[in-house]
Design a protein around this ligand. Structure first.
Ligand SMILES: C[S@@+](CC[C@H](N)C(=O)[O-])C[C@H]1O[C@@H](n2cnc3c(N)ncnc32)[C@H](O)[C@@H]1O
Length: 188
């Protein structure tokens, strides 16, 4: 999607988008760098927008892996649908409905979840629902990776996942943070 169109779209849908600029290359690289090429076979992307991070995830993934992409906005899904890669399964629905979609593909657990959902502008109960569901779906040792433009929200991830590592991405506009949580080996 062209920059100006993306800006207009983001302004119209700010309550879902949470920003007016798509992630830049530095942010996309950071978000996808944790993918374990040989081990991560089921990857989920939440809040893909027009696919800025999606292509980086695809590059980092194994040829045998699958990427389930959840994006709530149909107009943005039309852009992602143009990605010509058999590993992508695009789902035009909210992340809160992940379980029923993944079940249709006989997926019961996932290796890594990469999210750009703007939890800061979402209702608290929806945020909790998506994060708890993400934790439930991750296999033990699985990773939840999330971007934000503020660091203060970090404690929410610590509370839910029990651990969180922070990475500052100064070269994004605006500069942002990537939080990486691992599903604990013991704590379910
Ligand atoms: C900040 S944009 C990120 C877009 C892109 N991933 C990027 O980094 O440039 C957040 C995206 O999350 C989507 N979104 C918001 N709530 C969602 C939900 N409950 N489930 C799935 N996607 C959602 C919005 O439509 C929007 O495209």
């Amino acid at each position: 999607m062209k920059k100006v169109k993306y800006l207009v779209h983001s302004l119209k849908n700010f309550q879902e988008m949470g920003t007016v600029i798509r992630s830049g290359a530095a942010m996309c690289r950071k978000m996808s760098q944790f993918i374990r090429k040989t081990d991560d076979l089921i990857i989920v992307e939440l809040g893909a927008g027009d696919g800025a991070i999606t292509s980086y995830i695809l590059e980092a993934m194994s040829p045998d892996a699958r990427l389930f992409v959840f994006e709530i906005n149909p107009e943005l899904c039309d852009v992602i649908a143009k990605i010509d890669d058999h590993r992508v399964i695009l789902i035009n629905d909210g992340a809160q409905n992940m379980l029923s979609h993944l079940t249709k593909y006989h997926i019961t657990e996932v290796d890594t979840i990469i999210s750009a959902i703007p939890f800061l502008v979402l209702p608290d109960d929806l945020t909790q629902e998506i994060l708890l569901l993400s934790k439930k779906l991750l296999k033990r040792g699985g990773m939840f990776i999330q971007m934000h433009y503020v660091q203060s929200i970090k404690k929410m991830y610590k509370t839910i996942f029990g651990n969180v590592e922070t990475y500052f991405v100064p070269l994004n506009i605006p500069p942002g943070y990537v939080f990486r949580c691992e599903k604990d080996q013991i704590n379910i």
